[in-house]
Design a protein around this ligand. Sequence first.
Ligand SMILES: Cc1cc2nc3c(=O)[nH]c(=O)nc-3n(C[C@H](O)[C@H](O)[C@H](O)COP(=O)(O)OP(=O)(O)OC[C@H]3O[C@@H](n4cnc5c(N)ncnc54)[C@H](O)[C@@H]3O)c2cc1C
Length: 306
Amino acid sequence: MSFEIWLVATAAEELPPLAAAAQSGGATVVVVAVGGRELAQAASAVGAAKVHWIEVGPGLVAEAYGPAVARLAAEAPARVWLSGPSPAARALLGGAAVAAGAALVGGGTAVSLDGQTVLVERNALDGAVIETLAADGPVAVVWDSNEGQPDVSGSASPVLPVAAPAPLAVERRSVEAAAGADGLASAERVVGVGRGVKARADLAMVEDLARALGAEMACSMPIADDLHWYPEERYVGRSGQKIAPLVYLALGISGEPQHMEGVRSAKAVVAVNNNPEAVIFRTATYGVVADLYEFVPALARALEDS
Ligand SMILES: Cc1cc2nc3c(=O)[nH]c(=O)nc-3n(C[C@H](O)[C@H](O)[C@H](O)COP(=O)(O)OP(=O)(O)OC[C@H]3O[C@@H](n4cnc5c(N)ncnc54)[C@H](O)[C@@H]3O)c2cc1C
């Protein structure tokens, strides 16, 4: 029995695995291509009956066209919807599933029709088990992966442009290279911050000092893991980075062994802590009992004057 499978695609490499899966079950393929002209061209070459093409406007992303995809889904009688696993494709498929009244299933590896029942296979328990899900109504399936690019070339399908507004603006800003931690492991000077720093905005003051010292920034685990003020690659310690600078300036860090394991190879550890009993003073090469909010600007001024 012939049935239609609609594919939602946001990138060319998503198409061959989906089209091959649909065609192997004997289905007629219809593609909803949300992307540039190249995607529309790729979609028209996978043996589909037709391609609905939603062109992604300049500076926008595929997800901006969720309502348009949902509208198509609401009008389509398709029993089966498929998408690749990319975040954009999944987001669009989710909207289509709601509009089509379809159950949404992840991790599909095969799809077929048994009478009126749609059967979806997927791996479970790390691939030790294959599950077969039986759906009496429409079903939307996120495909397992884009891996494998089977040859699905067919004669050119008609491409039907869909005019669609994009009710979603996108702003892009580049992430400074400093966000990574490439230089940390080999840095000669490192300034580390801990929970003694009270607010994220206060990091600017410390970063200014680090720049003046020609130092890389590092932090304790809670600063990265709990507060997310720096990426995880920037925390040092037992479960973080191991560093070996000439000088490690630890500001507002208690100096628990889990942290100090990461700086064991530092030539010198200079600890600044306002608690004279802080454990970091037991292992630091030099200890300064001070409020970091006084110490940091004072050192910055001294560097400027020198
Ligand atoms: C299995 C395990 C693995 C772990 N691995 C790591 C790891 O890899 N790296 C890591 O960092 N931690 C790790 N930890 C966590 C670690 O035990 C500590 O909890 C953590 O390092 C403490 O972070 P902190 O020093 O920033 O915060 P706190 O312990 O809260 O210390 C803050 C310090 O700042 C001082 N202070 C406060 N205000 C000021 C001020 N104005 N001026 C100066 N000083 C001030 C305080 O006196 C205090 O000593 C691990 C823990 C576990 C259980």
